[in-house]
Design a protein around this ligand. Structure first.
Ligand SMILES: [Zn+2]
Ligand SMILES: [Zn+2]
Length: 437
């Protein structure tokens, strides 16, 4: 029997952990951190200290032969990551080092760069893990299972959907995907191949069934350009570190409006690491349109010091002196720099992500508004999500023609089921329950 068990991503956005079993062969699809569940018990000043606490609250499922703190023999053939977002990849930190992690080349690069940026802690430690990377077109055989990854478009590069061929038919896992980003043809290719596999089961994300906005990355870029043209002062831009599409959009807007985009040290480091991949068309750090913003700190990590050797480093005083010529990439953690920059009249703040979240996944909207209020910065929300719109989800499910559909990564699975209609056999997923395909 081929079965599926869902240990996360059930009734929540992220935390995906899906076990596929076929006789002796067992693989996991994603092994992410569940931000929502974590927030119920922990926050910045109350962090989990041991694996035991994560098991206690169900943040880590009780699985044998999986964790490095468990002495039993490894019980998995491998783990497949759809992409590098931590709600899909973060908890590989806990896995036995003998278990290989299969992921896209870009995903491995991003995760390793994150390791350099963040250092190690209980919940993020990739030391000793064996990454086996793939690209679209490669097929990986593990016992009776064959896994076929196909690229999809998402708000981080290197995202894949996975087709798992089993002796009882195929299982398709969409991971996170969208069709309104800069590379919709990648998602279309995945959906086409998934349909050709005549899937028994489709595990589909349903993030965007509430509050979906009809827009596209191209539209975001056009709106940003209009706003920057109308702004005389400094433009502060808040967007996710890994969102390379958005970085390209801001970079393009800076070019067209005669400004320079000052990226954070973290973004600069990631650009450096991803720069070697010709598939990604990453803007070059020294192309004249980019600056590297040096935050004021007492001590800089080695990776930060390495960036400071560049000629285009700018400090808060440099930004303060050239406000009308710069788009400054910022985040909740950089707000302290406003003290020295002191934005002049006519500056603005662009929230270009879904919510102002900290690295711990906490939403800090009220505090952000207090800062903006103090400095007289109006806030614009210009964003398009990394996830497909409801009508696109419906079309995708219908195009793949699955016998059974399992919605995950979704806070409203019942809504999603009714929206898909009675012609589709939708299974509402329960955590820890075993489903045959
Ligand atoms: Zn996700
Ligand atoms: Zn994602």
């Amino acid at each position: 029997m081929v079965s599926l068990t869902f240990y996360g991503g059930v009734g929540e956005i992220g935390g995906n952990k899906i076990l596929i079993e076929s006789g002796e062969d067992r693989i996991l699809l994603d092994f992410g951190m569940s931000f929502a569940l974590r927030r119920k018990f922990y926050y910045t000043f109350l962090c989990p200290k041991t694996e035991k606490s994560l098991l206690e609250f169900g943040l880590l499922p009780r699985l044998k032969g999986v964790y490095r703190f468990d002495r039993s023999e490894p019980s998995l053939n491998g783990v497949f990551l759809s992409h590098s977002h931590l709600d899909h990849a973060g908890y590989v930190s806990f896995l036995k080092r003998e278990i290989p992690i299969f992921c896209g080349e870009t995903t491995a690069t991003i995760l390793k760069a994150l390791m350099e940026l963040r250092g190690r802690d209980l919940e993020f430690d990739l030391e000793g893990l064996e990454f086996k990377t793939f690209r679209t077109g490669k097929k990986i055989r593990l016992g009776s299972l064959e896994i076929e990854p196909i690229h999809v478009d998402h708000s981080v590069p290197g995202a894949y959907g996975l087709i798992v061929h089993t002796e009882e038919g195929s299982v398709v896992y969409t991971g996170d995907f969208r069709l309104h980003g800069s590379r919709p043809e990648m998602t279309e290719e995945f959906l086409r191949k998934a349909g050709e596999a005549d899937p028994q089961a489709v595990i589909v994300e349903g993030t965007n069934v509430v509050g979906a906005e009809m827009s596209s990355e191209a539209e975001v870029s056009a709106k940003l350009e209009k706003l920057v043209q109308k702004t005389s002062g400094l433009v502060l831009a808040d967007f996710a570190v890994g969102d390379l599409d958005r970085l390209r959009s801001f970079h393009g807007v800076a070019e067209k409006t005669g400004r320079q985009l000052a990226v954070t040290l973290k973004q600069a480091h990631l650009l450096r690491r991803l720069g070697g991949d010709p598939h990604l068309k990453v803007p070059c750090l020294e192309d004249g349109c980019l600056l590297v913003f040096k935050r004021s700190k007492k001590r800089y990590a080695p990776w930060e010091q390495a960036l400071m050797e560049l000629d285009n480093v700018v400090d808060p005083a440099g930004v303060a002196a050239n406000q009308g010529k710069i788009i400054l990439s910022t985040s909740f953690y950089s707000l302290g720099e406003l003290l020295e920059i002191n934005p002049k009249a006519g500056s603005c703040y662009v929230l270009s992500s879904s919510e102002p979240v900290t690295e711990e996944g906490e939403i800090e909207f009220d505090r952000l508004v207090n800062w903006l209020d103090h400095y007289g910065l109006p806030q614009y929300h210009i964003h398009v999500s990394g996830h497909a719109l409801p009508h696109q989800l419906k079309e995708a499910v219908e195009a793949m023609g699955a016998k059974k559909v399992f919605p995950i990564h979704c806070e409203h699975p019942k809504l999603f089921r009714r929206f898909l209609g009675t012609k589709v056999n939708v299974k509402l997923v329960e955590k820890n329950r075993v489903y045959s395909i």
